[in-house]
Each structure stands twice: as C-alpha cells, then as structure tokens.
Design a protein around this ligand. Structure first.
Ligand code: 3PG
Length: 540
C-alpha cells in the first residue's frame, strides 16, 4: 500500500482517481504546516500540493519514505527543488492544465484594469452612479508587451491579438520566426521592449534571475501611463518600486493576481485605488482544477505503482515501457558502480562511461545515474538514487561524462566504465548474456567472464602455477566456498587478474593469507547484490 498526502485543495476527480487505484491510500489534510506537515510527510510515499503548501528544505529534511512531490499546477517556487533532489525525491508538475484559465484571467484583469470595473462595481454597490469618474481606455490599437513567451505568455498573446492589440514579446528561448508566425513581434531584449508598451504582462517563473525583473530602473524607462499585469508570480515586478511608480503617476495602474507573500495582508499596493487584485485565482476555474488534479493524480499513481516519470523538473522522463526495457541495464550499471566503489582507493575525480551497441539507443542518462548511484552508495550516508546521484557526485567534485555509439563491438551491449581516483585509473566493463545474465567482461586491460553478482574476490597476480591451488587451500581452511572462477591475462606467465565468485564473505584473516603469496599483488572483496535483486530505488 502506498500513501499519498494531499495538503492543498484538489478537485474531487483527482482524489477519486487515486482512491480507485489499487494499492493507493489517500490522506487529505488541508493546510498542514510545520511539525504536523513534517510528520505526515515522512509517513507518505508522495505528496500532492498547489501553491499553498511550502515544501522548504527544513520541511524536506527528514523525508522518511517520501519519494515524489507532484505540484497540481505549474509553479514549483514553493518547493525547494534542490533539497528534494538531494533527498532523491522526484518533483513533477502539470504544465499544461491551467494555461488557458491563467491566460483568460490575465486578459480579464487587463480589461478590468482598463475599464475600472472593480472600482465602478464597488461604487455602484455602495449606491453611487459615477459615470464620469470611471472613463477607461480602449485596448484595440494599444501595444501589449508580453514578458515570457511560454505556454501562458503565448496564450495571452494570441488572445490579445484577437482584441486587436499589437503584441511585442520577449523570451530568450523563442525564435523571432516562430513568434512572427503567430503575429507577435519580438524585442531583442527586455530593455528594448519596455519603453514601447502601453501594457506589460509578465509570464515567467520566479527564479533568482527573474526576481525583480521589473524593478525601479526598468519601470522608470516604461512609457508614462503604462499599465502592468502580473498573473505569474509575486516578486517578478518589484512590489515597492511598483507602488512608488503608481503613487508618482508614472504607472497608471496595475492588476495583480499574485504577491511576494501570500496572503499579502495589509499590503501597501492594496491601499492604492488604481491597483486591482485577485487572490491568486489564475488557475482557479472548474475546468483547470479538474484537469490539473486528474493529471497530478495520474502522475503520482503512475510513479508510485510503475516508476513512470513524466513532467519531472529534476529528472529525465521515464515511461513504463522504457523502464521495463531499461531495468536490466540500470541494474547492471548500478552493480558496475558498486564494484568500482569497492575496488577504488582514494577520492574519485572522474567517471567516464561508454555505452556501445543496443544500450546506446536507450536513455543512457538514466543508466549513468544508476551507475553513479552504485558508485556513491558505499560512501554516502544519505539515500542515493537515480534522482540525486549525478548531482551528489558533482557536488563532491566528481566529473561524470558519457559517450555512446550504437555500433556493436564484440558484444551486443556493453557498458565500459573508467573511474579515475587520486591514485589510480580503473577500468571495467559489463554486458548481458541472453536476456538476464549480467557478466563482468573486463577489468583493467584484461578480458574475462565473471558473474556480476554475490561476493567476489578480485586479485591481481603473476600468472604462475599454484596460485589457484593456494587460494583454494586457504579458503577451504576458512570455510569459504568458491562457486566460479575466471582469469584474464596478458600472456601465459604474464600479469593477470582473477575473479572468484564465492558463496560467503571471506574473513579478513583469509584475505591477509592470500596477500602473503609473493605473486599476488592485490586482493579486494567486492559485495554485489545476489542475481536478480534490483536496486531498492527501482520500482518492481
Ligand atoms: C500555478 O503555478 O500553476 C498557478 O500559479 C496556480 O497556482 P494554484 O494551483 O495554487 O492555484
């Protein structure tokens, strides 16, 4: 049974989808915060939230069994994604479900702002008939600047064009040709857009780069009488600078659906008569809420029951079929990583993975993540998995790179791994025989064929008679049973490496005795999971 915690309001359709899913238990606890949120979170496999729940680094510090966060909506600025990634928690969102509603809300606010609708409505409700006081401005023929031409920005631009506005957009990722096809002129940069517009609406996420994107200096360069709209995130327009520019009359008015602090309380902007505001209602339509709730529930159930990852902001996508196809490779890569972790001595500096043959057609990023997870598993206290492995490696100064070629070499599929430590350069390669038999086929410069499971004794030696007999005798004395053995050598009598698959872990004394042989240079005991035992982070 997996448990999903829901702490913000989620449409019934989404809750139903989860409740009707086999093996899924839903725990709806609205407005949970602080210690209660932490405790509930640690007892859950997944959490679905909207913008009301703050998943800070502190909240995610002891995540217990939490494996997935799904944002029923778009903005993930209320989630410390980096903290989640560190903890190996997948963060997903539902990017498309509320686009139209948010765009419609933006247009509604722009119209309401132009025609003073909230103020006129309030005046009439209080018994007045102020026809002259509320003369507005027409939108047709005006210039709208759209900052950010993502899903919502584009939907707003399209609607504004329908209102006969001229639209100038700015987005570093949008090609001018593509925008032009939609009838949108693009500005070369934000500073080029700013002085040309009668209305400016922002549609970017809130990040370190976009915080106060429209601050005092840029506001000062806007046309006098400009009107600003923010249905994206509080903080993209600097609130203090905006209030000041409205008071001075430079900005004619603003329509805000979002605030830096939500709820904003007695905010200075809300004291200004030409500011109209709504309480973060962009996505609050029946249609959008059903859509994001169902999508969020589906993402969560799929992830927890099949391992499918979609719309993740901190991991590459992975569907059920892909997972089934990759399972063996992920297992193989992790085993190879585990092997390196136990062979290597000294700090790891660089990892280079080379994928050849069949495997190169797959999502090798995930295979690399699985290898790295194996490599770090031994050294780390915190839970490492496919989500956080590469990040944790990078943070430890380990440079992880991959190369691939679909051309077959000697094997249909091979993972070739090179790990450079401060002392040595280690090479290993593994393949799969048939449909499921994982094999270690190279160590250093030597080709061999060893089982990639259970306990291994790996030792380098001079290829002289008596070595194997000597080890057999020592292990026999210590009650260690040898199941299989393989030797790779440069030439008869030359340098060699041997791998013994053994049934039980040899005591340290036995390994010491082995090392006393004059022709045996090094020996490592490597512990791998038994055959068929998948990584704990890989769904069954
Ligand atoms: C979003 O990021 O999806 C919107 O801002 C909607 O937020 P909400 O789900 O809290 O209404």
């Amino acid at each position: 049974m997996v448990r999903v915690l829901v702490t913000d309001s989620l449409a019934e359709e989404g809750l139903r989808l989860m409740r009707e899913s086999h093996g899924v238990e839903v725990d709806v606890r609205p407005n949970l915060a602080g210690a209660d949120l932490k405790a509930a979170l640690a007892q859950s496999d997944g959490i679905i939230i909207r913008s009301g729940t703050q998943l800070t680094a502190d909240v995610l510090d002891h995540p217990g069994r939490l494996r997935a966060i799904v944002r029923a909506g778009v903005g993930v600025d209320n989630i410390d994604v980096s903290a989640a990634t560190h903890r190996g928690i997948v963060v997903m969102n539902t990017p498309g479900g509320n686009t139209v509603s948010t765009a419609e809300h933006t247009i509604s606010l722009m119209m309401a702002l132009s025609r003073n609708i909230p103020q006129a409505n309030e005046s009439l409700h209080s018994g007045r008939w102020d026809r002259n006081k509320f003369t507005g401005t027409q939108l047709a023929g005006k210039i709208l600047g759209v900052v950010g031409l993502g899903r919502v920005g584009m939907a707003v631009a399209k609607r504004a064009l329908g209102l006969e506005m001229k639209v100038i957009g700015f987005d570093p990722f949008m090609s001018p040709e593509r925008a032009a096809q939609q009838g949108i002129e693009t500005a070369i940069n934000l500073d080029d857009l700013i002085p040309r517009c009668d209305y400016i609406t922002v549609h970017t996420p809130l990040t370190a780069e976009t915080r106060a994107l429209l601050g005092a200096p840029r506001i000062a360069r806007m046309r006098r009488g400009v009107r600003l709209i923010n249905c994206a995130r509080g903080g993209i327009i600097d609130e203090a600078a905006l209030a000041e520019a409205i008071r001075s009359g430079h900005v004619a008015g603003a329509a805000l659906d979002v605030f830096e602090q939500e709820p904003p309380g007695a905010h200075p902007l809300l004291q200004l008569p030409n500011v109209i505001a709504t309480p973060h209602l962009g996505a609050s339509t029946a249609e959008a809420q059903v859509e994001v709730a169902v999508e969020a529930a589906r993402l969560m159930v799929d992830f927890l029951t099949t391992g499918r990852v979609n719309f993740a902001v901190n991991m590459s996508p992975l569907d059920k079929t892909e997972l089934a196809e990759l399972r063996l490779y992920l297992d193989m890569a992790r085993r190879l990583g585990l092997l390196h972790a136990q062979m290597d001595r000294g700090a790891i500096r660089r990892v280079k993975l080379n994928y050849r043959g069949e495997i190169a057609k797959r999502n090798t990023k995930l295979v690399t993540a699985a290898f790295t997870a194996g490599l770090l598993e031994h050294a780390l206290v915190e839970g490492v998995n496919m989500v956080n492995a590469v990040l944790l490696a990078q943070e430890r100064g380990i440079d992880v790179t991959e190369e691939k070629s679909t051309e077959h070499g000697d094997f249909t599929t091979i993972i070739h791994s090179e790990v450079e430590t401060e002392r040595k350069h280690y090479v290993a390669a593994s393949t799969v025989f048939g449909k499921q038999f994982l094999r270690l086929v190279r160590l250093g410069e030597f080709h061999l064929d060893a089982f990639l499971d259970g306990i291994l004794l790996i030792f380098s030696h001079q290829d002289v008679p008596g070595i194997i007999g000597n080890i057999g005798t020592i292990f026999g004395r210590h009650g260690v049973n040898i199941a299989a053995m393989t030797v790779g050598r440069s030439k008869p009598g030359g340098q060699a490496i041997a791998v013994l698959n053994i049934d039980n872990e040899p005591p340290a004394a036995a390994v010491d005795e082995v090392l006393q042989h004059a022709r045996i240079e090094s020996a490592s005991v490597v512990k791998l999971p038994p055959a068929g035992v998948l990584p704990p982070w890989l769904p069954e």
